[in-house]
Design a protein around this ligand. Structure first.
Ligand SMILES: Nc1ncnc2c1ncn2[C@@H]1O[C@H](COP(=O)(O)OP(=O)(O)OP(=O)(O)O)[C@@H](O)[C@H]1O
Ligand SMILES: [Mg+2]
Length: 267
């Protein structure tokens, strides 16, 4: 038996996530305009779309960072947008990684990784530390456990941020443009970690501008524009024959990625 840490997976008969007619407004402005979709266990969904289309807002509503004004969001059948939801409990089950790594600068890597499991989930410290070391080994950073964030490269920090989210053994992982602030040479090392998680069956909702990556990793692509799902489908079909003019126009702005095959990113 390998002691490699694995993502937590429970057999499910219902979608892990179900969004039903979700509406998000800022004042008069409707930013999410009736978003409905399911995320099955082990499914990887890439959310793409132009700037301002509502991608980040969508992820933030799932994590309770933004209250919604209409519709509902269910996690394992339980409505998490109902009144009285304990969001700290939900956030332990729904991990999120942002574009900016947001590691605590005054804590070393291990301190960052132990904070939530020990303080929030009351995991035994030795056990959490062992879990952290195994994940660090997996992402190639076992020798940096006592480094501070400022001593790490962007790609290293982002791999730590992913591990930090995994420490809570979430059922779903939400990734919002996690490579957008990285130098090109560091993008790959971060995407490789995400690809491995996908292979292991981690359920993920991934907002990305890396079209080749989306194409390689996603089971399904959601294309958002103006707060609506304008088109969705399997990646091959979506990227080669988008059905809507809006999606076509959007993909044209990424035409360089069409020429570039997702080499080595095949799932
Ligand atoms: N706190 C806020 N208050 C008011 N409007 C907001 C707020 N946050 C986001 N918006 C607006 O909501 C819309 C959707 O924003 P969001 O950040 O979700 O877009 P996005 O698709 O993630 O864009 P990008 O690709 O640039 O990250 C935008 O028009 C934005 O200006
Ligand atoms: Mg965004």
């Amino acid at each position: 038996m390998s002691d490699t840490p694995q993502v937590l997976r429970l057999p499910k008969s219902q979608p892990v996530l179900r969004l039903d007619s979700v509406v998000k407004r800022y004042g008069e402005r409707t930013v999410l305009d009736g978003i409905s979709f399911d995320v099955a266990e082990r499914e990887v969904i890439a959310v793409i779309g132009p700037s301002g289309s509502g991608k980040s807002t969508l992820l933030r509503t799932v994590n309770g960072l933004e209250p919604i004004q209409g519709g509902s969001i269910r996690l394992d059948g339980e409505e998490i947008t109902a009144k009285g939801t304990d969001w700290s409990k939900i956030r332990a089950r729904v991990g999120m990684v942002f574009q900016s790594y947001e590691l605590f600068p005054h804590l070393d890597v291990m301190g960052n990784l132990l904070l939530a499991p020990v303080r929030v989930a009351h995991t035994d410290k030795a056990e959490a530390r062992e879990r952290a070391m195994r994940w660090l080994e997996r992402v190639g950073l076992a020798d940096r456990a006592d480094a501070y964030p400022k001593e790490l490269s962007g790609g290293q920090k982002q791999r730590i941020a992913i591990v930090r989210a995994l420490m809570m053994q979430p059922e779903v992982l939400l990734l919002d443009e996690i490579t957008a602030s990285l130098d090109p040479e560091m993008v790959r090392e971060v995407l490789d970690v995400v690809l491995e998680l996908a292979e292991e069956g981690m359920t993920m909702l991934i907002v990305t501008h890396e079209m080749a990556f989306a194409r390689a990793i996603a089971d399904r692509v959601l294309f958002l524009d103006g707060g609506k799902i304008v088109e969705q489908g399997e990646p091959e079909a979506f990227f080669t024959h988008p059905q809507t003019e809006r999606a076509q126009r959007f993909l044209d702005t990424f035409s360089f990625t069409k020429a570039r095959e997702p080499q080595g990113l095949a799932r």
